[in-house]
Design a protein. Structure first.
Length: 65
């Protein structure tokens, strides 16, 4: 498979992959839900339950800086 970046590395690619991963997690959660809509609380659980630590008690993921 040929990369569209031409061998370049950049932070934008990582951010895009993270967004795709989050969208996939939300789709899985929505599919597993019996409700018509995914409750806000469940969306928060999915988005904040990240292997890199997610949100901390001090603020949003990534330190918010």
């Amino acid at each position: 498979m040929v990369s569209s970046t031409g061998g370049r590395s950049g932070g934008h690619d990582d951010a895009a992959l993270d967004e795709i991963d989050l969208a996939g997690e939300l789709m899985i959660a929505a599919t597993a839900s019996t409700d018509d809509r995914l409750p806000t609380e469940r969306i928060d659980e999915v988005l904040l339950d990240r292997p890199d630590g997610g949100a901390s008690a001090d603020g949003p993921p990534g330190g918010g800086q």
